[in-house]
Ligand binder design. Structure first.
Ligand code: FES
Length: 132
């Protein structure tokens, strides 16, 4: 049996799409960042709580396709507890690999997550210039 289920998505993608982790907002977030895809119009916002240069909590809101939601969910799992530097280095490939792959035409969806994290880190550094 192929590792891809319906519509070319892996079981892991479907599982994160059905039960996304870390969905929501952090009201007193230390940093917030958004990214949008101008082609499909999908949008993602990331909220971070940061302590000692580490991401201690993360939540996301994504208005987007299933691959974008699964990528966002996986991305939050991958950077939770990590240092800001490690989070900045998260690649779309790492997200796709952790999901056991994304269909090639859906690779761009994982970029929303890396760009939103990048935007949130920029927001943090602009508010805390001494910590960059
Ligand atoms: Fe827009 Fe997936 S189609 S992010």
């Amino acid at each position: 049996m192929s590792q891809y289920g319906s519509m070319g998505y892996t079981e892991k993608v479907m599982e994160h799409f059905r039960n996304p982790r870390n969905v929501g907002e952090i009201k007193d977030a230390d940093a917030v960042g958004s990214a949008g895809n101008p082609v499909c119009g999908d949008l993602m916002t990331i909220f971070l709580k940061i302590k000692d240069k580490r991401i201690v909590d993360i939540k996301f809101m994504t208005f987007g396709c299933g691959a974008a939601i699964a990528s966002s969910s996986m991305a939050t799992e991958l950077v939770k507890g990590k240092t800001l530097e490690e989070a900045a280095n998260l690649s779309k490939q790492a997200i796709a690999d952790a999901l056991d792959g994304l269909p090639p035409i859906k690779m761009h969806c994982s970029v929303l997550a890396t760009e939103a994290i990048e935007a949130a880190l920029k927001d943090y550094y602009s508010k805390h210039p001494s910590k960059s």
